[in-house]
Design a protein around this ligand. Structure first.
Ligand SMILES: [Zn+2]
Length: 309
């Protein structure tokens, strides 16, 4: 059997070059980074696994949740302290990672074939034509997200297993919700909104500007292009204000940005509430075509996330 990453062959001493990599991976994930992002980073840095292979989400998961990281070993159901083995991670960090990475609820949530697909309303997009992917399920088959464009009009007609995409999005969303840094940025942006009344007044003001631009054009006071540029800007401002209002509403029922609290919240949140949360964070996710036949899996290069600012 090969040794565990970060440890010598006997498993009783850490390797100077590898222990910091483990700690970097732990920090990245706990601060809201994704397994996919980590894979990319490790690849870019030329950091390989013990057997010289490229790190994968599953190998990172396995490495970080190995009790050896805290100087322990699993015997039956129990963790037994290993004598003279220095820990790489603090127990608290390790526990948070396990909760984040091994959440059985996440598998349950995305594993069922009858599960309603998570991503509606054009959040999932086709990498071939840019239009929405729709979920479809037929009896006895796993649900898939498929490009809705008629054949011939889309060069790719992307299709992907719904549970795989849902699981990937969930992983990324929970990681973001667990990040204190991202949460602080979000709260700051929402606070700029002021009170609900102030926000509503702002939207009203923007709407009257929108109308005024149309009237000015009709009266021949401004050119068509000036009107277009103006209405585009006003529309964007309205959308931004509405997004902040929605974020304010949704954030009110979210717990602190702590992985275990977030996972606990996810366990009891309904699909609708969870969709709301996804919608305030994720603008859209594009699934690129694959050469493989059938719905295919999700390798690292297939998904492009665009998060809301
Ligand atoms: Zn398409």
């Amino acid at each position: 059997m090969s040794r565990a990453y970060g440890w010598n062959d006997k498993g009783n001493a850490t390797i100077e070059d590898e222990a910091p990599v483990i700690r970097m991976m732990a920090t990245t994930l706990l601060e809201g980074g994704s397994l996919r992002g980590l894979v990319e980073h490790l690849k870019a840095e030329g950091i390989a696994t013990v057997s010289g292979k490229t790190w994968q989400p599953v190998t990172i998961k396995r490495a970080l949740t190995n009790p050896r990281m805290i100087g322990k070993k699993k015997v039956g159901d129990k963790l037994v302290e290993l004598a003279d083995v220095p820990p790489i991670l603090q127990t608290r960090t390790y526990n948070r990672l396990c909760k984040l990475l091994l959440d059985p609820e996440r598998a349950k949530f995305t594993g069922g074939r009858t599960q309603v697909a998570l991503l509606g309303g054009g959040i999932a997009r086709c990498g071939g034509c840019g239009r929405a992917l729709y979920s479809s399920a037929s009896t006895g088959r796993a649900a898939v997200y498929t490009c809705s464009t008629r054949s011939g009009e889309c060069p790719a007609t992307v299709s992907v297993q719904a549970e795989l995409l849902d699981a990937d999005v969930t992983e990324r969303v929970l990681a973001r919700l667990s990040s204190p840094k991202l949460r602080a940025a979000l709260t700051k942006s929402i606070n700029e909104l002021g009170s609900r009344d102030a926000a509503e007044a702002r939207i009203e003001d923007l709407q009257s500007r929108y109308t005024a631009l149309g009237e000015d054009f009709a009266d021949g006071l401004i050119e068509r292009e000036t009107m277009r540029a103006g209405t585009d800007k006003v529309r964007a401002n309205i959308a931004a204000t509405e997004l902040k209002m929605k974020q304010q509403e949704v954030l009110a029922y979210l717990p602190e940005p702590d992985p275990s609290a977030i996972v606990e919240w996810r366990e009891q949140a309904g699909l609708r509430q969870y969709r709301d949360v996804v919608s305030i964070l994720l603008d859209h996710v594009t699934v690129k075509p694959t050469d493989r036949r059938g719905p295919g899996g999700l390798d690292d290069e297939r998904i492009v996330y665009v998060w809301k600012k």
